[in-house]
Structure formats: C-alpha cells, structure tokens
Design a protein around this ligand. Structure first.
Ligand code: CAA
Length: 257
C-alpha cells in the first residue's frame, strides 16, 4: 500500500500513523484522509498490532482540512464525491486510537483527534474550529463529537467564535486526557499505548464498544450490551489466563484470543 502523505511505523504492538504534509501544516486533503483510514483499517486487522497512535510532527498536528482543495467545491460536486463517507469508517475501528497532539489541531484535524479514543497533548497544543471564519462549519463530525464531550453551551461557544483554545482548557473540559511538556508528547503517548497493549486485547475491544455505546444507547440498552460483552469475554483464552494468573499470583500473559 503506497501512502505518500503519511508515515507508518510500528513500535512493538503499537502502530503509528504520522501525518506528513509539512509544507501546508499537514492540511488534510482527501487523499490523506483516505490514506489514514486505509492504514487504520489495516492495523485493525493486523493481529500483531493492539493500539494505534495518530500524530503530527513536533510543531503541528494539522491545520484542518485542505482549504485550497475545498474552495471551488459546489454542493453537487460534494454530493457526488461524498468526501465525508470515509470518516464514518473511523467509527468502526475496534482497537484503541490515541491522538498525539503538538501545536495546531484545528478544524478537520480536531475532528480527527476527536474520532480517537484518547488525546495526549503538549502544552503547546491549540484546539479549535475556525470554519466559521471561512463561511462554513465543521463537516467531519465536529458539532456532534465536541458536543458529546463538552456539552451544548460550551460547544456552541467554541464553534461559533472559531477561536483556538490551549491544551489546559481542553483538559479542564475533558477533551484531552493528559497534557505534558511539548517535547514529551510522543513519549507519553507511546508509554500510554504500550501500557494499553499489555491489557487483554479482547477486553479492551469490548470495553471500547460498550463505552462508546453509552453515548447513543439508553441505560438499559447499554447495560444489555455491557452484559453481553462481559459474557462473551468468558469465551476467550485470555479470561482463563487472566484469572489463572491471579490465583497463581503471577502476571498474566495475554494473547488476544
Ligand atoms: N489548508 C491549506 N493550506 C493550509 C492550511 C489549510 N487548512 N493551513 C495552513 N496552510 C498552508 C498555508 O497556506 C501556508 O502555505 P504557503 O506557505 O504556501 O503560503 C502554510 O500552510 C503555512 O501556513 P501559515 O503561513 O498560515 O502559517 P502560520 O503559522 O502563519 O498560521 C495557522 C498557522 C493559524 C494554523 C493558519 O495556517 C491557519 O489559520 N490555517 C487554516 C486553519 C483553518 O481554517 N482550518 C480549518 C479548515 S476547514 C475544515 O477543517 C473543514 C472541516 O471540518 C472538514
């Protein structure tokens, strides 16, 4: 698979996708989003990989969707090209996704980070939706994803004003999991990812499904899904191993089956 706009590498059981259009602050054009999603799906199928990280470079995560590519669009050209359909596929990824953010994380890039399960940010990170200043609005899920995290009033303030917010403020609103010194963002993201890769993969997968479902399902429906996943976990070798290791007072060795 050729991916000129992203770099792809692995560290142990962690798959890393690095956005790579440095001349335009990693602006996300359609090809780049296609490449990201194809690679996420490839990692999701790869049994050697347990966690994925999406990162930019040390200076910028990404400055949003590619404005040059978008500016001549018409409603019909977008209806026919259906550029956001590929984003829906991100919601189907089963393994944990971590966004590792330095610098600007704006517009479509903020949407990309919000599609991830966890966000680790540097003190230099700046989050926001500047679309209103371009005469448009978020289109890759921003109004929905941000509102689910920070609530309606705060989301309206962020999206209406189009300003950038610092990592600390994003952390205080629950958007970001951890804020660390800018030069330690990737290290901390990798540390977090490696710790997650040590956990029983089937448990991690079922937990992700159940926690995400909590945003859409009623309490009773969510509890039913949780229970089903709890029962299903007992079909795994890792459940036997985890409980046996506890009884034998030794660390478990999980295989993901
Ligand atoms: N699309 C295309 N090119 C972009 C870009 C973008 N989103 N953001 C930056 N660039 C390009 C600039 O045009 C510039 O290219 P040249 O050197 O060829 O002129 C280069 O990247 C460097 O950018 P700046 O000179 O502007 O860098 P700066 O440090 O002065 O400013 C910035 C940084 C404040 C992030 C500024 O670049 C900026 O405001 N970018 C646009 C941010 C934005 O509006 N994002 C939302 C896009 S719309 C969207 O994302 C819709 C959606 O929901 C899907």
């Amino acid at each position: 698979m050729s991916h000129p706009l992203i770099k792809v590498y692995e560290e142990g059981q962690v798959g890393v996708i690095e956005l790579h259009r440095p001349n335009v602050l990693n602006a996300l054009n359609r090809q780049m989003v296609d490449e990201i999603v194809e690679q996420l799906e490839a990692y999701d199928r790869n049994t050697d990989i347990r966690v994925m990280i999406i990162k930019g470079n040390e200076k910028v995560f990404a400055a949003g969707a590619d404005i040059d590519e978008m500016m001549e669009e018409t409603p019909l050209s977008m209806e026919l090209a259906n550029p956001f359909a590929v984003w829906d596929r991100m919601t189907l990824i089963k393994k944990p996704l971590i966004a590792s953010v330095n610098g600007f994380c704006l517009g479509g890039a903020f949407e990309l980070a919000l599609h991830c399960d966890l966000i680790i940010a540097g003190e230099d990170a700046k989050f926001g939706f500047p679309e209103v200043k371009l005469g448009v609005m978020p289109g890759a899920g921003g109004t929905q994803l941000l509102t689910k995290v920070i609530g309606k009033r705060q989301a309206l303030e962020w999206i209406w004003l189009g300003e950038s917010f610092k990592a600390d403020e994003a952390k205080s609103l629950g958007i970001v999991n951890r804020v660390v010194a800018s030069e330690l963002v990737y290290e901390e993201s990798m540390r977090f990812a490696q710790a997650l890769a040590e956990q029983a993969p089937i448990s991690v997968r079922f937990i992700k499904e159940a926690v995400h479902a909590a945003e859409d399902l009623s309490l009773m429906e969510g509890m039913k899904l949780e229970r089903k996943n709890f029962y299903l976990a007992f079909d795994s070798e890792d459940q036997k191993e985890g409980m046996k290791a506890f009884v034998e007072k030794r660390p478990p060795h999980f295989k993901g089956v």
